[in-house]
Design a protein around this ligand. Structure first.
Ligand code: SF4
Length: 689
């Protein structure tokens, strides 16, 4: 039996894993002693590899390139040559007819690696000639990136996953770590065991709330009001670090003015938390020697998410909880390589290494490296994936090349997304499974999966880690970056790489932040956090050492913004709030975990809707009964999960089900800065069938 060094592909915790291989098949997975997981794995890490053994009868893997020559026709299996030539010709025709900006692409935050994402954004910028490349960070932690870049200078977790357990206080805000990152949740439990004070802010009494010293069950959609009241309290009660604020921050006087209406007493009815509880939480947070704020999509999937992120970082700045061990701000990224996709420039405004596309010097550097005229690199910021349905309907986007994403399952308001797809002339899907989006494609390019190729992932704490190939792929599939390179070459830009390391060295040469992270240094269980700027550098476990922020002035920026109510409030017809949540046994659109027997057995179709016992009783609905869940955008069938840990005003659904897809109901009110949809809040109702 061979033990292959890998990284779990199911969340940003980045657990190191050994895939045990016998006779070309994976027979089990074991936790390896990685920096973030120390030998532990959750259920997804332990049992999420079944589909790699690829029993064609059981899985939905795609094994051959396919073309659908006309809308409504069947797919036709074709050779790789034909698939690449057909795709290249169509893309060139569309570019010629409608202009470079008419083509949109995605990178992938899932099982494919950093090298692939680098090659994809290079294809978009150097071959298509636009910046229309994005990833699912847009629908999850896009607001964390945008908010933290503005306040602190880096849009990433400032500290390390391993460091969380040594913090004296954890403020866990809108973050259900037990279900989304179980191994990070273990760190929270360990922190508690070591004596840390845990404060949890969440409308649902999530698992972490059960071990919290203080639980604040705020009303859905009131994050900004509560964060403002927290900041008000720190200033009002003189709990903030005046010396730190005067030396290392800017904007305090204006910040204080903006907070004037947000005393805990003024907002207690808005947020549903007694003023004394709000004040108590901040006395605990500010009184701790070291404190960390952790958040998840309970913060970011709102129309005012960027403002809330800026507000949370303000709490850390007020109390000096940055730039040293055991403190910080921790937006814990969801998908395993969403940090990596952002690092590699799968963003419409940045080249790899967080270098702005609007900066001429940067464009010259990339143009020279890629051997193209600088004019070929678009100086304008590209489109975001959440804008695509609207742009397609308006006729501005005509072709969509989607790698390892499933927008027809995972994006808000699927009715709108479908209309957008219907308006497109050409859709290319590069994936490992026949997803909802692949079913609608004109061309399908089948790729290798995690386990079948090697690469580098970046976990949520900026840590680069290598994963190796465990088994040979079984179908007529290719590595993602090989497919993109073939397509680029066919479109007139010769692109070829021998191996992953060659691509990675190109990344390093172009990105000062990552230059010191060599393949060699990443061997085995290594975990190297950026910035890592030279070969001797061991990486950066915490950002902003010496309180040097990477903002233009070098100082932390304080911002407070008035609270805005969510876009669609409950009313007489739709009296409940619908919020999306996580299912512990499944990942993303469930294409991978849904094809693993052990995980599929944990939770199956149709999905479930969590309903408070009083609401269920009033509607005459029993536990496990099939019900209709409806919003202004549609209705789906779901299984009622009568659940006393939730609040009475809201119902909760996970987005991982094909039957009972909650995104048929959600709405796409977008944060004005990050363009992230408000999938945590819309009006809905539950009806007995
Ligand atoms: Fe995988 Fe995340 Fe579970 Fe770790 S916590 S085993 S990375 S799903």
């Amino acid at each position: 039996m061979n033990k292959i060094n890998s990284v779990c592909p199911y969340c940003g915790a980045g657990c190191k894993i050994n895939l045990c291989v016998e006779n070309g098949r994976i027979i089990k997975a074991e936790g390896a002693n990685g920096v973030t997981n120390q030998g532990e794995l959750c259920l997804k890490g332990l049992y999420g590899w079944d589909f790699l053994n690829d029993n064609k009868l059981l899985t939905a893997r795609i094994h051959e390139p396919m073309i659908r020559r006309q809308k409504g026709a069947d797919f036709e299996i074709v050779s790789w040559n034909e698939a690449i030539q057909y795709t290249a010709k169509k893309l060139l025709e569309i570019k010629e007819k409608y202009g470079a900006k008419s083509i949109m692409c995605t990178g992938s935050s899932r099982g494919t690696g950093n090298e692939t994402n680098f090659v994809m954004q290079k294809f978009v910028r150097a071959v298509l000639g636009n910046n229309n490349v994005d990833c699912c960070a847009r629908v999850c932690h896009g607001p964390s990136v945008a908010g933290l870049q503005e306040t602190l200078g880096n849009g990433a977790m400032s500290n390390s996953i391993a460091d969380i357990e040594d913090s004296d206080c954890l403020l866990v805000f809108g973050y259900n770590c037990a279900d989304s990152h179980p191994i990070v949740a273990r760190r929270v439990v360990k922190a508690k065991q070591k004596g840390a004070k845990i404060i949890v802010c969440d409308p649902r009494k999530i698992e972490t709330a059960k071990i919290a010293n203080q639980y604040l069950p705020l009303k859905n959609g009131t994050n900004m009001a509560l964060v403002n009241a927290f900041a008000y309290t720190l200033i009002d009660e003189d709990l903030y670090d005046k010396d730190y604020v005067s030396r290392y921050t800017e904007g305090f006087e204006e910040y204080k003015k903006q907070l004037a209406d947000y005393s805990p007493e003024a907002v207690q009815d808005i947020v549903g938390i007694p003023a004394m509880e709000i004040r108590k939480a901040m006395r605990t947070y500010a009184g701790a020697k070291t404190a960390t704020i952790m958040w998840g999509m309970g913060v970011t999937q709102f129309g005012q998410a960027v403002d809330v992120v800026k507000g949370l970082s303000g709490l850390a700045l007020l109390t000096g909880n940055l730039g040293k061990p055991h403190v910080g701000v921790a937006p814990v990224r969801g998908q395993n390589n969403v940090q990596g996709a952002c690092d590699m420039g799968v963003l419409p405004n940045m080249f790899p290494g967080y270098q702005y596309v609007t900066d001429e010097k940067t464009r010259k550097k990339f143009a020279q490296a890629w051997n193209i005229p600088v004019e070929q690199l678009d100086p304008e910021v590209g489109y975001r994936i959440t804008e695509v349905p609207h742009l397609a309907i308006e006729g501005k986007v005509k072709a969509y090349y989607i790698m390892g994403e499933d927008p027809l399952q995972t994006e808000a308001d699927l009715g709108l997304v479908r209309k957008g797809f219907e308006a497109l002339d050409f859709v290319v899907v590069q994936d490992i499974f026949m997803t909802k989006t692949a079913e609608q494609a004109d061309v399908i390019l089948p790729s290798t999966s995690w386990g079948e190729h090697a690469g580098i992932f970046t976990c949520a704490d900026r840590g680069f880690q290598r994963f190796e190939k465990a088994i040979e792929p079984r179908g007529n599939v290719k590595r993602d970056w090989e497919i993109i390179s073939l397509l680029a070459t066919e479109m007139g830009y010769p692109m070829s790489y021998e191996n992953n390391e060659e691509i990675w060295n190109e990344v390093r040469a172009l990105c000062p932040l990552f230059f010191g992270v060599t393949y060699e240094k990443l061997a085995g269980l290594a975990h190297i956090q950026w910035p890592c700027t030279d070969i001797e550098d061991k990486g950066t476990p915490y950002l902003y050492s010496g309180n040097q922020f990477t903002t233009p002035s070098g100082k932390g920026q304080l911002f407070a913004t008035p609270w805005r109510a969510p876009a669609e409030l409950p009313d007489a017809d739709y009296p409940m709030i619908l919020s999306t949540v996580r299912e512990v046994g499944h990942y993303s659109c469930r294409s991978m975990t849904g094809n693993c027997k052990a995980l599929a057995s944990l939770a199956d179709e149709p999905g479930y809707v969590q309903v408070h016992p009083d609401v269920a009783k009033e509607a005459g609905i029993g536990d496990q009964e099939i019900v209709w869940v409806e919003s202004r955008r549609g209705k789906v069938m779901s299984r009622c999960n009568v659940n006393e840990t939730i609040n009475k005003q809201a119902i909760y659904m996970t987005y991982q089900w094909w039957i009972g897809a909650c995104n048929e109901l959600t709405q796409d009110n977008l944060d004005p800065v990050s363009k992230t949809p408000e999938t945590k809040y819309c009006a809905a109702r539950v009806i007995k069938i």
